[in-house]
Ligand binder design. Structure first.
Ligand code: MN
Length: 238
């Protein structure tokens, strides 16, 4: 009896920890440590609160349909995978071109979770420390902005633009096609720890901006959560 009770408690605790450890609130948003079964993390703000930079309808569909779809398909893709019990970080580092469903959906889940977490309806500023790190790697904040804008605007078709911390601690801008990301060591040219992500799939902006990707990219700068970016920078350079 006692064993059964302990077992039940373990299951309940397990479920509770799955639910509470896959959110985007500050204490739970270590996205790379999440494990299957993956869940759609709650947004830390209302879907309409990023407007006019990112409109409510786009957020509802992007988060509620696209991101939710990646989560569902990721759990399915993992069913017969040797990576099923691994943390998201290990799944991304080890996924290969031979596993397209796992590649696209693990990437889709990680990329969107990071993207939501570095957005905020409240105006935030980059701290002196963050500014200094950016200046050291890019020369100036404006040069960094130009590089990120160019990466976003020149990525052909669907993909992402990133600010990453490289192994030597320096910052770099890079871009990836589809749902790839800089944690996919076997698949991308430039690897590192992403601390800022910009989704440049048409589903991220087409309702509001149509073909004007550049306008969406400029509006993105209004809703960056610099506190979150800095937290991720500090964690990556510790
Ligand atoms: Mn997207």
């Amino acid at each position: 009896m006692k064993n059964i009770k302990l077992f039940k408690t373990a299951i309940l605790t397990g479920i509770a920890s799955i639910v509470t450890s896959q959110g985007l609130a500050a204490s739970e948003n270590n996205i790379v440590s999440w494990k299957a079964p993956f869940t759609l993390p709650e947004l830390p703000y209302e879907t309409g609160s990023l407007a006019p930079s990112i409109d409510k309808k786009t957020m509802e569909i992007h988060y509620g349909k696209h991101h939710a779809g990646y989560v569902t398909k990721l759990n399915i893709a993992l069913k017969d995978s040797p990576l099923a019990s691994k943390k998201l970080e290990e799944i991304l580092a080890n996924v290969s071109a031979a596993e397209p469903a796992l590649r696209n959906n693990a990437g889709g889940h990680y990329n969107h979770s990071l993207f939501w977490s570095i957005l905020s309806p409240e105006k935030t500023a980059h701290s002196q420390k963050m500014t200094a790190a950016i200046e050291e790697s890019f020369g100036s904040f404006e040069a960094f902005q130009t590089q990120l804008n160019d990466a976003a605007k020149s990525q052909f078709g669907s993909g992402w633009a990133w600010l990453i911390v490289k192994k030597d601690g320096k910052l770099a801008v890079t871009s990836t096609p589809n749902q790839d990301n800089p944690l996919m060591e076997k698949l991308v040219k430039e690897t590192g720890t992403p601390i800022l992500a910009l989704d440049i799939w048409e589903h991220a902006y087409y309702l509001n901006y149509q073909n004007k990707r550049a306008d969406y990219v400029s509006a993105f700068w209004n809703v960056i959560n610099w506190n979150e970016v800095e937290k991720r920078y500090e964690a990556a350079t510790k």
